[in-house]
Design a protein around this ligand. Sequence first.
Ligand code: NOJ
Length: 739
Amino acid sequence: MNKFFSLSLLLSASIVTHVHAQRKTIEQRVDSVMKLMTLTEKIGQLNQYSGREVTGPASDRKNYLLNDIKNGMVGSMLNVKGVKDTREIQAIALQSRLKIPLLFSLDVIHGYKTVFPIPLAESASWDLSIIRRTAEVAAEESAASGIHWTFAPMVDIARDPRWGRVMEGAGEDTYLGSQIAKARVLGFQGDKLGGVDRIMACAKHFAAYGSSMAGRDYNPVDISKQQLHEIYLPPFKAAADAGVATFMNSFNTLNGIPATGNAYLQRDILKKQWNYQGFVVSDWASIKEMTPWGFAKNLNEAAEKAIIAGSDMDMESEAYKKELEKLVASGKVDVKYIDEAVKRILYKKFELGLFDNPYKFSDEKREKKVMNDPKYKDVARAAAQGSIVLLKNNNAILPLNKSLKNIALIGPLVNAKRDQAGSWVVYADTTNIVSVYEGVKQKVKNAKLNYTEGTSITDTVTSGFANAVNAAKNADAVVMVLGENWDMSGEAKSRTDISLPGKQEELFKAVKATGKPVIVVLMAGRPLVFDSISAQADAIVYAWFLGDQGGNAIADVLFGDYNPSGKLPISFPRNVGQIPIFYNFYNTGRPVTKPTDIRYKSAYIDAPNDPQYAFGHGLSYTTFTYSDLKLSNTNPQKNETVKVSFTLTNTGKVAGEEVAQLYIQDTFASVVRPVKELKGFEKVKLKPGESKQITFELSPEKLSFYHEEKGWITEAGEFKVMVGTASNDIKLKSSFELK
Ligand code: NOJ
């Protein structure tokens, strides 16, 4: 053993010992507090209230909340923010008999003061370092505002763009979603909890919420155990492995059992199999909602089922507060469940350092200094640039020349600010947001911008069409900015029709009829369906909702100061009838091999099977070539890792970034396998003419699949290896035979 190796072994052994010792010390401190607690006080720790009212004008609700806080009947508050308010409320909690500090929590989803792209957009960057960075900034700002805990990241895999919450996750793929889950957890929390500029993260919604039937929010989920383990659980496992402090359960049922009352999910999988040490918070009133579901007769039964199933903290049902004591007295709930939940919560309060200093996060000077720090603008701009996906660029119409004299900017979102922030930003200052109009104006100061809305987002008014057509006729370049408004995606924002709302598609057709080339920028919180634009637009820039720096980032792309590098993290359907649509489908016994021959094949008679834009698709202003694929072993053992190497070259004229993607297919197995599964990706920046050798590792774990009886297994046989620029654009192929 060489010196370095033995030293690093020694070091890592001492880190492990240190972590163990630290854990033991915290456990002892938790136990010493537990010994002082009455059952009522323990139950108080499991209670979480939402309460902006708590700092508002006098009201019954305010009195009620303050009273419970003072009496030690609240473990956590959500929706109280800012140093002044959190200090004031913490001081009241410290008047309680045991002076246990409160946890302040908030939905810090894509930024706190500085607004970053919505999570789905940011996932299109496939850039784990910027994703981690934006979570860090969100943590820095919110921690400086007295917040200890965010309800993010949402790690639900979503394959249905009708579901409004698709905007809040990382899209359709489990592997990409798992990497992003880890990056976000590490961003919010840092490598270790307790830093004054980091907050606890929360992996939500456990589990399978993204599979709500028919894309309707809060609907049931019915999926096989295999799908659950293979598609929906891995991002949660990745978050747990990254040390996520908390989990949130979900509103849906899973195969008939509400997630909140689901012992299989919360006890067997999370706490037993994964040995998860953090705590689980219910979703908002999800304990109480087990009654309308028809799973619990009343609040009493709901509390019983939830605590036994492993829901530790009760958000806004008051079920634990009102019912647990009675349930213990009647013998229906063993006090061990309550003790366990309390311990998990107190542990986090100690880990954050709140017992040592309950006001640790509430420092006015820091709050002033951190908020709106200009350096965060650069992070927001980089994140926004990387999130943009160039879907189409006929005849290289983009980038535009900066010497253009007359530019028509048409559409209801040209000067939009609030919309660009997307959903879940109630705490942000949206006046900071740069619109496309402002971004373009800043970029081409001497050009005449002819801006006209043409129509609104949702109205059916067409009276503005004539102006729009005129503007286009007189312009050297026509850019249309169309899409959804911010409030059409997010929680409880499912749509059955995901085409462009209002008369926007007609407006596009009228402008296109002028014969001028038309560049379309689309903003939305989900994949939209936009048939005629797909067919006729000369270029399409998918800009999601990009947050504060959206307008600047879009202008950077339009005028070539940033070479677009985003790739779709979710498939874009041709029409709603294709949903659910995703790249890792099964071949079926009757696959379509020739699009012209669909008789008695697994096909539609009125539309192709493939999406409008595939998972992984995204264009660049340069071109990339893939060559020289090599496998380290074409006949590996089951426990061996196969290395897949190839060369990527920028063959175009400008520098650019490519997301190289690795897919595999297990060709024959005891459980049918998808036609493709993403198993690796790397975002690489290359100068014109530059090449890089890229190596992906296919570990045994990546070759395994979930078998309903046997669990995770790997089977011998052929594996196809595919490397490409999109799931539907594979450039290199090979295979190996697993022994
Ligand atoms: C309900 C949402 O489902 C959840 O994601 C959120 O964190 C809570 N409300 C708290 O606002």
